[in-house]
Design a protein. Structure first.
Length: 88
C-alpha cells in the first residue's frame, strides 16, 4: 500500500512538472534576467545612485538601460561593473 501511494505521487509530480514548464526563446529569457538584475541593482544602490527616485519604483524592460547608465555615471566601482554587465 505504501509503495503504491509513493508511486502515485511520483507520477503526479512527474506529469505536473512536465506540463507546467514554459519554453522561452533565448531573447525573452535574457531580457527577464536583465530586468531582474536591474531591479536588484536599483534596490542595492538606491541610496547612492537613485536617492532622488521613489524606493518602490517598478523597473521594467524599458528602464534597464537607464538603470545601467545611472549606475555607471553615479556609482562606485561595483555599481559601474554591474551597470556594464546590464548593457550587454
Amino acid at each position: 500500500m505504501k509503495d503504491s501511494i509513493r508511486e502515485y505521487f511520483a507520477e503526479i509530480g512527474r506529469r505536473g512538472g512536465q506540463k507546467s514548464r514554459r519554453t522561452l526563446d533565448p531573447d525573452t529569457a535574457r531580457n527577464m534576467v536583465r530586468v531582474r538584475e536591474a531591479r536588484r541593482a536599483y534596490r542595492r544602490f538606491r541610496t547612492s545612485c537613485f536617492w532622488s527616485y521613489r524606493p518602490d519604483l517598478t523597473i521594467g524592460m524599458d528602464d534597464v538601460d537607464w538603470v545601467a547608465e545611472t549606475l555607471m555615471k553615479n556609482g562606485n566601482r561595483e555599481a559601474w561593473r554591474i551597470g556594464r554587465r546590464l548593457c550587454r
